[in-house]
Design a protein around this ligand. Structure first.
Ligand SMILES: [Zn+2]
Ligand SMILES: [Zn+2]
Length: 446
């Protein structure tokens, strides 16, 4: 039997275990840097396949390594799945306590990576790998709960918000030659190959501080932080006509605090914002407008404003459909179910896959088998064969195609890739975006 057929057979043979894993993770969603149960489950599955497992990387991350005897030590292919869910409390499988749900389908990525590990670690396949495979379960791709993450930063547990950003920083990707990434998407019949570009972003926490007072008897003695925040949001809305279509700017705030008790003038208001754009200049331009808007709100009310800015994700660098994934897709899907990312396609969301794409070649594919808009309560994985089993097959076959014949294809992909950043450049770039600015327009001595 050929190696490719052996890979397909091994995944089909482990079909029930892969499906059980996917369903279990789907029904136990956890938010970023809190994916303890999911991480432990992934680690357990890898350990059962006798892989060398490292845990607690960037708090909850897991990396398992397979390096068959005789495989070169200077080539390693990373297969990447994400651990975290998103908040979607109305989703049928949402966690009743946290509102977390796998409405972004990261459990399908994990099922794919785990299924690939079953196939690639089988001796009949491993003997044909000319380099190592690193199976990653990466924390916190969804960039939410910014204040919670800032708390982890203050405790020295991490420095960057995104799981891949943090794993890059601590060196978990230092030895990786090529990364392979996946996402599920509605409207994809079988598979879509390639990476479209995406927006990058910076993240903001804006704290308006005023002064409490009796809301009815003595409002003149207070400084209303909620009103300052509200004016800031309005000023921000007036900036929108200055955002240029080509920059695909998205600035979307939420109010996470807006007062304590209804009969007290709100003393604290907090706004979280992600400021996104197609390239760094557009992001920084929008970011300056956000800062001015909230300073205006604070100034009008005589409040104090504290603006915390942190690096988010870099825009994804476009990558044409990889021949190794094309070859894999032809073994799994009929031709009519294989699509390719169109030239110039751009997504206005963001992912920390962008950060990886600045440092190394990233081979990306998208599979279907799901319906409903991502991050919405309607997300449903109706075709597990496509969403989970086929994803595992593509991950495994792609790794094999990269690593067969002395890892020729992996070496060639790396040689053809021009890095946008060295790791040192990346760390310097990220650290330069981190800043705190405080302006008090009148809470002292008024
Ligand atoms: Zn998402
Ligand atoms: Zn996602």
């Amino acid at each position: 039997m050929g190696v490719e057929q052996e890979i397909l057979r091994a995944i089909d043979e482990n079909r029930e275990e892969i499906l059980a894993f996917a369903r279990d993770v789907y029904r136990h969603p956890e938010l970023g840097y809190k994916e303890k149960r999911t991480a432990a489950k992934v680690a357990e599955v890898f350990r059962a396949r006798a892989l060398a497992v490292r845990e607690s990387l960037a708090i909850t991350g897991v990396r398992a390594d397979l390096r068959p005897e005789g495989a070169s030590s200077d080539v390693t292919v990373a297969l990447i799945g994400e651990l975290d869910a998103v908040v979607s409390p109305d989703h049928p499988h949402a966690d009743p306590q946290t509102g977390a749900a796998h409405a972004c389908g990261h459990h399908a990525q994990l099922a794919g990576v785990v299924g690939a590990a079953f196939a690639l670690s089988s001796p009949a396949v491993a003997a044909h790998l000319g380099g190592g495979v690193a199976f990653f379960a990466v924390p916190a791709e969804e960039y939410g709960e910014v204040e919670f993450k800032n708390g982890l930063k203050e405790q020295g547990l991490l420095r960057y918000g995104g799981g891949k950003c943090e794993l890059i920083r601590i060196g978990a990707f230092d030895d990786i030659t090529v990364s392979v990434t996946h996402h599920s998407a509605p409207g994809v019949k079988g598979i879509k190959i390639g990476s479209e570009t995406s927006n990058g972003f910076v993240s903001k926490v804006i704290r308006l501080r005023g002064r409490g007072a009796h809301a009815a008897a003595a409002p003149h003695l207070g400084i209303n932080a909620l009103n300052a925040a509200s004016l800031g949001l309005t000023a921000l809305a007036y900036q929108r006509e200055t955002f240029q279509d080509a920059d695909t700017v998205r600035v979307h705030p939420i109010l996470t605090r807006g007062g304590e008790l209804v009969n007290v003038i709100p003393q604290d208001a907090t706004v979280e914002i992600l400021v996104r754009g197609k390239h760094l200049e557009a992001i920084l331009d929008a970011d300056r407008k956000v800062d001015r808007s909230f300073k205006a709100g604070a100034m009008a009310l005589g409040a104090k404003v504290e603006i915390l800015t942190a690096p988010g994700y870099l825009p994804v660098v476009a990558a044409p459909p990889a021949p190794e994934i094309e070859a894999a897709a032809r073994l799994v899907f009929p031709p009519e179910a294989i699509e390719r990312v169109a030239d110039g396609a751009h997504g206005t969301g963001s992912t920390d896959v962008g950060d990886l794409s600045y440092l190394m070649p990233v081979l990306n594919f998208t599979t279907g088998g799901m319906t409903g808009d991502l991050h919405s309560k309607d997300v449903d994985f109706f075709d597990e064969e496509t969403a989970y089993i086929a994803t595992a097959k593509i991950f495994a076959l792609t790794a094999y195609h990269l690593l067969k014949d002395g890892a020729q294809a992996a070496r060639a992909a790396r040689a053809a890739y021009k890095p946008h950043f060295t790791k040192a450049d990346y760390i310097a770039y990220m650290d330069a975006l981190e800043k705190t600015e405080t302006v008090d327009y009148g809470t002292e001595g008024k």
